[in-house]
Write a protein that binds this ligand. Sequence first.
Ligand code: AKG
Ligand code: FE2
Length: 194
Amino acid sequence: MNYCLETFFTSANINQIMLFCRAPSAESSTGLPPLLTSLLDALSRLLKPTLPPEIHSLLFPAVPTRARQAIINRYDPGEGITPHVDLLGRFGDGIVGVSFGSGCVMQFASGLKDQAYGVYLPERSIIVMSGDARYKWSHGIEEKTMDYVQTPDTLSGDAGGRWMKRTMRISITFRWLLPGAEVVGGAEDRDPSG
Ligand SMILES: O=C(O)CCC(=O)C(=O)O
Ligand SMILES: [Fe+2]
């Protein structure tokens, strides 16, 4: 969190940073900053026991052959992101992200099924999107300063949920760039889905 604030979010009007890294074999690739590389290593380690092996190797291949993007978003309380599916023409399957500083509810909606769910992403939690979650469901964050959350202790009883106040949240999300998509430029590069 402090690294991001000191390195990237040095002024109030910067709230999104994108970093790109080519596949290791590519010439002139400097790679991601060491802190993000260590974060990826930690995610790989932490998720190994829980993710299905094919999803784990999709996210953390032994030898990456594709270019990767890290997108870092900063949200002050009350800010959010419009529901979207990450750009189909730019990003591949397998998205992994971490919340820092604050939790928030992420809304998932499926137009096809006419269904919507809010999922609380606690601070320091990891989210993985793949398959239908990546392609068929939109995700977004409502512009709120608090989220009403049912916690495990309230789910079963009738005590209801709890209001969780948002503080500044920084998310770091890693996505694969589709072949050719590592060539950056043009108006579409700044959009709600990054
Ligand atoms: O802040 C987040 O966790 C989500 C960011 C996101 O969906 C995006 O940048 O495409
Ligand atoms: Fe997204």
